[in-house]
Ligand binder design. Structure first.
Ligand SMILES: NC(=O)c1ccc[n+]([C@@H]2O[C@H](COP(=O)([O-])OP(=O)(O)OC[C@H]3O[C@@H](n4cnc5c(N)ncnc54)[C@H](OP(=O)(O)O)[C@@H]3O)[C@@H](O)[C@H]2O)c1
Length: 238
């Protein structure tokens, strides 16, 4: 299948590499391919330059967000949450219309002057916006009414998303939410190819609010475990 991965960050790289390994035709999107390839320093999270990653994955195509979206039959959104709506709506509408878009971005706003700051080893924890009564997933769906948005991935570590079997016997729970049943079916199929067996459909895209807000709990769990453990979320039922 032709799949567009919009984003060059660590999460997007996990998906691009895994999808290629699974035999898909993958196009990665960025703002300016030349500028992205010219970077030589790690980003603020310590992620190495994209050119280093591409050297190890020469089969991946890198192009603009718009051209990548146009090339994909399915689109994965890994654009920085604060810029996702503006960037996705700048893509000519024909490139995304009628397609399934999996959104795993978190609407983090990095502002060192937030009230009630939460200091972490990597700086002040960003706040979420939108939050509580809206979500980035819903914003994207409203902005792209002809696209079928599914929120997924966001409650698990990115390495676990693409390889759940890496620890815990692969027995974690993956959540999906969206307003289009056929789109969620397509996403579940992709997830099964990643190795997921416990996929919980949370219903409409309203559930994206809780999925995005989970990022604070995810951070707290990571800090409690001292940053030295991988962990997953499992829903235990009767
Ligand atoms: N498990 C998960 O689902 C999971 C895990 C980690 C992170 N996340 C979330 O996924 C998203 C991507 O995270 P990440 O760490 O992979 O990458 P990131 O560093 O948060 O974002 C990188 C992407 O955002 C684009 N970007 C940054 N600033 C932009 C701007 N002003 N305008 C347009 N595009 C801009 C970059 O474009 P260029 O390519 O041009 O640089 C790049 O493609 C974030 O929202 C993050 O919180 C989810």
């Amino acid at each position: 299948m032709k799949i567009a991965v919009l984003g060059t960050g660590a999460g997007a790289r996990c998906h691009a590499a895994k999808l290629k390994e699974l035999g898909h035709q993958v196009t990665v999107g960025t703002r300016d391919p030349e500028a992205t390839l010219a970077r030589t320093e790690p980003d603020m999270m310590g992620t190495p330059p994209f050119a280093d990653f591409l050297a190890g994955h020469p089969d991946l195509a890198l192009t603009t967000f718009a051209d990548a979206a146009a090339a994909g039959e399915l689109v994965i959104n890994g654009i920085d949450g604060a810029n996702a709506v503006r960037t996705l709506t700048a893509i000519p509408s024909g490139a995304l219309a009628g397609k399934v878009l999996i959104d795993y971005a978190v609407p983090f706003i990095y502002n060192p002057d937030v009230p009630h700051p939460w200091p972490t080893p990597w700086g002040t924890m960003p706040r979420l916006s939108p939050v509580d009564t809206d979500s980035l997933g819903e914003q994207i769906q409203r902005a792209l009414p002809d696209t079928k948005v599914v929120k997924a991935f966001v409650t698990q570590e990115q390495e676990t998303v693409v390889n759940p079997a890496e620890f815990g016997g692969g027995d974690h729970t993956m959540f999906v939410a969206g307003d289009h049943e056929d789109a969620k079916t397509a996403v579940a199929e992709l997830l099964r190819s990643y190795g997921w067996s416990d996929i919980l459909d949370l219903g409409s895209l309203h559930a994206a609010r809780g999925m995005e807000m989970h990022s604070h709990l995810h951070t707290a769990i990571g800090l409690a475990l001292g940053g030295s453990h991988r962990f997953g979320i499992k829903i235990v039922r009767t």
